[in-house]
Design a protein around this ligand. Sequence first.
Ligand code: XLS
Ligand code: NI
Ligand code: NI
Length: 437
Amino acid sequence: MAYFNEVTKVKYEGRHSNNPFAFKFYNPEEKVGDKTMEQLLRFGIAYWHTFTGDGGDPFGAGTAKRPWDHLKGMDLAKARVEAAFEFFEKIDAPFFCFHDVDIAPEGDTLRESNQNLDEIVSMIKDYMKDSKTKLLWNTANMFTNPRWTHGAGTSSNADVYAYAAAKIKKGLEVGKELGAENYVFWGGREGYESLLNTDMKLEQQNLANLYHMAIDYAKEIGFDAQFLIEPKPKEPTTHQYDFDVATATAFLYQYGLQDHFKFNIEANHATLAGHTFEHELRVARESGMLGSVDANQGDLLLGWDTDEFPTDLYTTTLAMYEILKNGGLGRGGLNFDAKVRRGSFETEDLFHAHIAGMDAFAIGLRVAQKMIDDKFFETIVDERYKTFQSDLGQKIINRQTSLKELEAHAIDLKDIEVRSGQVEKIKARMNQYLLNI
Ligand code: XLS
Ligand code: NI
Ligand code: NI
């Protein structure tokens, strides 16, 4: 059965195409630098938003009209797998991602949930044999069910902690079975609602111990995926321990986990933390921990994780700049952790949304590569810091000076030339780059 009859395969038709079901900028085979767009962008489809989500929000019921709406339980789960692989093929997706509960319904016990999961995983495995779409990452949902009210790996209840451990164990086995490139840890409930009843030290230690057990188990079963932490400052929890990249880096170092994890950076989580997306990417890149990306965008007029499809070209360009400077994303990718708006409830909107996001990142990639070829930012930065090329500057950089020596240099200085940062000129040039691709 076909679920998306209105669309045949989405192809690249170039920037002047008026076909809404064609890529205007994403041309998978086209080389940018020495790799193809497909190799550099590594797009992933988020199962939860595209096949499981119903368009509901905290104030209103679901609106999405889907061809599988009449089904329930395992029949629904199976229909979604069929629909997913049809969608992957039509949108030409190299990857997908899921949480355990997205693909199979939970039973009354974990044993039952795992049986459901096994059945769907083996169906997915069969579909993957005839599909080019691979698993970018999987994860365990440890935030929806009421048992996670006080956290999972940071729960105040040891039984809940054990349940979380068992879900991760199963997640690692599923990841291995399906050949996942990465495994993600996003701690939506790993934090606190109030400090008044919280043992923060114990919770963080327990979380670190859980991560250590996960590393050990992955090794034991020979699952060599890259482990990723996905920082988010809040929502649903008031304060989440993996607040942002800098905070999570300190946590990883404190508990000896730094060599085993990289980051999965989500644009909307960055803005919730009061950062730009490119800030989070830069911080991760500079510590060698940029692993993967949840590609979406927030609405700055709303204070929550709206998970919009990314269409802002400034942001996709600066993100691709960081990714290219990182030498690509390695085993990571650009996963569209994004959902169509509640008012975009037709199935065809799923295509429009992904096409918009894929084209926005393809534009960002082309522009960023051109700016790197021209050494655009590099020249600006070299020029701005050039006083550090002097003997004095080199001594400062190499820690070969002292306050006394610097005082001797500064004490009689009169005419220090402090130059303009010219940020408006830079933005105007960036606009030219964007319009000239
Ligand atoms: C929620 C998160 C979640 C993770 C995976 O805000 O982005 O979707 O990506 O658990
Ligand atoms: Ni995410
Ligand atoms: Ni999110």
